[in-house]
Design a protein around this ligand. Sequence first.
Ligand code: GLC
Ligand code: GLC
Length: 656
Amino acid sequence: MLDQAALSLETTRSLNRLLPNIEDRFAGRMAPGEWDAFAERLHRHFPDLFRLLLGLYGGRYDFFYHLEQTVALAAQSWIDRPADLKELDEARDADPLWFQSETMLGGVCYVDLFAGDLTGLFDKIPYFRELGLTYLHLMPLFDAPEGENDGGYAVSDYRQVEPSLGTMADLQRLARALRDEGISLVLDFVFNHTSDEHRWAQKAQAGDPDYADYYFLFPDRQTPDAYDQTLREIFPETRRGCFTYRAEIDRWVWTTFNSFQWDLNYANPAVFRDMAGEMLFLANAGAEALRLDALAFTWKQMGTNSENLPQAHQLVQAFNALLRIAAPAMLFKSEAIVHPDEVAKYIGRGECQLSYNPLLMALLWNSLATREVRLLRHSMGYRFRIPDDCAWVNYVRCHDDIGWTFDDGDAAALGINGYDHRRFLNEFYTGRFAGSFARGLPFQENPRTGDARISGSLASLAGLERALLAGNEAEIELAVRRICLLHAVILSIGGIPLIYLGDEFGVINDYGYRDDPAKADDSRWVHRPRIDWEEAEKRHQRDTLQGRIYSRLQHLIAVRKGTAAFAGGRMEVVDVGNDHVFGYVRSAPAGEGAQRVLALANFTETVQAIDANEVRLYGLGYRFTDLVAEKEITLGEGEVALEPYQVMWLLARDER
Ligand code: GLC
Ligand code: GLC
């Protein structure tokens, strides 16, 4: 490790050595003024890039060669960047916290399941507008192996759209059309692994030693066995351990996820450089944010679990520094579905400005099952806070399973045994627990550890499927309220709310995947149904189930978008003296437009009372407007009552 002074000297020397060459090769090919802008950003961010790459690859004889190639890549990518994206770069530079606005609303879907293909998706733009989306994550749409491909997370070519979905030109056109509607396109950057059909993997299989070094290939079980001692099995139902034997090449391959997803070897700087090239390509295709898939797993080290290692962070930071130079508008979204302490470490301006909030998600489901908010209140009370220039992406369901990623210490502080409690939650959400309203499926049960996760659609986990089967109207209404309750929290707690599209009109589980051999072994497909647009059309009729859910959500969305206090991420959890009601305060900055909202959410199917004094204390007043019910409330001596699963957003009317 170099000390500060030596590092800074090395940085300057390297830049001085690099720059003339880069200028020679690229400046003449840039429009007037463009080189200056590029060089300015290079000067600004080179120190970070250099320090990070030096830390990762400094020991290699060819370090400088790779560094220069990486910077050349950035220059070429800036030349290739379309004019409209350069305009976006400027707009974002002028308004860097644009993603914290209360008008933000995210949606996520599979192109094929939602709309057939990219052309079909075009036709859905009016729907996105109707819903109010400003952010759209399209699940992986790149060329992938036929049959099993983990829903597209096994990428064979990052520059090719899966042919049945359309072309790269379609994608670029779509990105533009969405941007014209104020919708930012979010794409996946699946950079921990490629499919075994990617051309690098194919060359490795053909015996090319350069490409063999892009992956982890072992001639026998010796090294894999040594690694496996300390690795977590992510897909234990697929195979034991994290390695897959490939008979054609007589090699064991590192495969953290499915056997056809080959982990990339980032200890090789060529892998960093080439993946940086793919990343910049996606940036120039029109994505405004990249979802960093499985970013916790990218760096491996013997004797560790090879998750969340410091180098995994440095890699992301290095990619980020490169973006600041070549595609400055781009944001990173962290997909770290790991322990909350580790989730937090990926969040920061120099790393990921956005992050999924798996803890909030899991604890919301926990509260629905237990009818208690203690763990939610306790954990969110001190874990929600992230840097002011970042944002959570809050969600209740997604294409993946639900893992119970809460902290055992948080649970123990409340007298809850984490291990037992996870077992209870799995029993509850698979519907095995007596009286459970949920109908979910176990995912990746591990008989050795007793671990399991949960699959199932929002509506099915919230009780709708069971209630419909029983034809029980009272239960149906409760399920509808649960669906709205969870959404109400993510719409108001701070950050970007993200809807798993289809949930807004209550799609239930689809068991059809069991008949498809490419899907039958992966229960996550139960909550990845093809959208039935005839059913979806019913959202406009309030007396239909779809309409009941959709219209209530639409109302909540409209209120969110009109409430300044819901911007940004500052949130204060409050204990309102009732363990069944989750309370928190959101406030817009003091001064003009100052606003304060006390949010209350009843997680039970019974009426819950809050002492009026608590409301007065945290709401700062006597007179409120409940923005959800659009009702004025004046506090008397008694109590405020919340109906089953009711949510109140209390806006103080006497600001003092
Ligand atoms: C991410 C995806 C998940 C996929 C895995 C491997 O966690 O969300 O669907 O199976 O990465 O790419
Ligand atoms: C694990 C991983 C996460 C992935 C999920 C897929 O939880 O941590 O990244 O999304 O598996 O099931």
